[in-house]
Write a protein that binds this ligand. Structure first.
Ligand SMILES: Nc1nc2c(c(=O)[nH]1)N[C@H]1C(S)=C(S)[C@@H](COP(=O)(O)O)O[C@H]1N2
Ligand SMILES: [Mo]
Length: 224
């Protein structure tokens, strides 16, 4: 009978599912914690890979001429500074390759970046012990916040080249922040200022329902 066939099919699927879960459990691959740690799988949960690079912003796309461009680093640091464009380019330049993950569920692999590392910047400005959070400010008025511990990492850069070409204006050129381990809204385009603060201060999207932290591996998309 059709019913028997249907039941048989469902039983078969259920058994396979259970077997798969048991195998995953045996391998430590349960769909909590471990599975979503960086490295355990390349694509964070709920994401799909794209080959293009979508543009997402508030729509202003400021045109920041290089002869007027400045980046201010201030707040709870020993040595505040302001770089103009030549001063910024005179800093040690790094290259890195990383994946990016947008909260709108696309991920793009193997992006080749050039820029100034957060590690270098931190070695210059020397955060005071009280500094625990960082706020990126941008030329379009956008802001976004993150823990200093997330900024202080080997894959964080102020980038000005992507795939060997100057970062386009629509993607945040001349310079944007890049924090690949958090959703891309944390990577401020057209960055103008990096402020070090003691108490956390939600930025533009964090005040409008996005998650305060934004870790793709635990799907910190909205709310907290
Ligand atoms: N200055 C600025 N940075 C910004 C934004 C913005 O509106 N202004 N949007 C953020 C959001 S919500 C996303 S998803 C990414 C998109 O970057 P992309 O357009 O290069 O893909 O930039 C982030 N950085
Ligand atoms: Mo976004």
């Amino acid at each position: 009978m059709a019913d028997d066939d249907g039941e048989g099919l469902i039983e078969g699927v259920k058994r396979k599912l259970i077997e798969t879960k048991q195998r995953w459990a045996g391998e430590g691959r349960l769909l909590t914690g471990e599975t979503s740690q960086p490295g355990a799988q390349r694509l964070p949960p709920g994401q799909r890979e794209v080959k293009n690079w979508p543009v997402l912003d508030l729509g202003a796309k400021p045109d920041v001429r290089l002869d007027r461009w400045h980046l201010r680093i201030d707040g709870l640091i020993e040595s505040p500074l302001v770089w103009d464009w030549p001063q910024f380019l005179a800093q040690p330049q790094s290259e890195d390759v990383s994946d990016m993950h947008c909260v709108t569920a696309w991920s793009r692999y193997d992006n080749k970046w050039q820029g100034v590392s957060a590690k270098h910047l931190l070695s210059l400005v020397k955060p005071l012990p009280a500094a625990r959070f960082v706020v990126f400010h941008a030329y379009d008025g956008y802001t976004t916040n993150l823990p200093l511990a997330d900024f202080d990492d080997d894959d964080v850069f102020l980038v000005h080249h992507w795939e060997g070409r100057p970062l386009t204006r629509e993607h945040g050129g001349p310079v944007r922040a890049l924090v690949p381990k958090l959703y891309l809204w944390k990577s401020a385009k057209w960055i103008s200022r990096i402020e070090f603060i003691a108490e956390d201060r939600p930025g533009f999207w964090e005040m409008r329902g996005y998650h305060n932290h934004g870790d793709p591996w635990t799907e910190q998309r909205y709310g907290d």
